[in-house]
Design a protein around this ligand. Structure first.
Ligand code: DAT
Ligand code: MG
Length: 147
């Protein structure tokens, strides 16, 4: 089953949006298989955002993502990567469709509430930055057959 790395960023934690964001993933029928509230280290942030190292906003991005606790998670399901990206919406909340997390709850690119892996390869890489294998659960949900 496909897994994806999802992270509620410091703005989402500070704004008290954890509950309503998680509700959207649960309601969709995805399965939570790992989660922890943690402060991202500079080394983890640099690895996680390595594709953006040359961008002008990189220092700001590192400062932001390490500025307070995040909720790091792994969600599992059929096509979990693209499904979660669709729930999250476009990077710039101005362009994110209503009904998406960023479209409904965010205003600015720099404070867009949540991260979701952009491919299966990215998901595997990102999950390994934030979780030990033993922290990722494998279990059956009775409702899975109804989703
Ligand atoms: P996404 O988070 O949708 O995968 P991304 O990988 O292109 O988007 O960028 C990672 C994060 O970097 C993004 O969520 C917010 C920040 N970011 C992207 N483009 C930016 C820009 N032009 N100015 C400031 N921050 C930006
Ligand atoms: Mg990205």
């Amino acid at each position: 089953m496909e897994k994806t790395y999802i992270m509620i960023k410091p703005d989402g934690v500070q704004r008290g949006l954890i509950g309503q964001i998680l509700q959207r993933f649960e309601a969709k029928g995805l399965k939570l298989v790992a989660s922890k509230l943690m402060v991202v280290s500079k080394a983890q942030a640099e690895k996680h955002y390595q594709e953006h190292v040359e961008r002008s906003f990189f220092p700001e991005l590192l400062g932001f993502i390490t500025s307070g606790p995040v909720l790091a998670m792994v969600w599992e399901g059929d096509q979990a990567v693209v499904t979660c990206r669709n729930l999250i919406g476009k990077t710039n909340p101005v362009e994110a469709a209503p009904g998406t997390i960023r479209g409904d709850l965010a205003l600015h690119t720099g404070m867009n509430l949540i991260h979701g892996s952009d491919s299966v390869e990215s998901a595997e890489r990102e999950i390994a930055i934030f979780f030990e294998q033993s922290e990722v659960q494998s279990y059956t949900k009775a409702a899975d057959q109804w989703v």
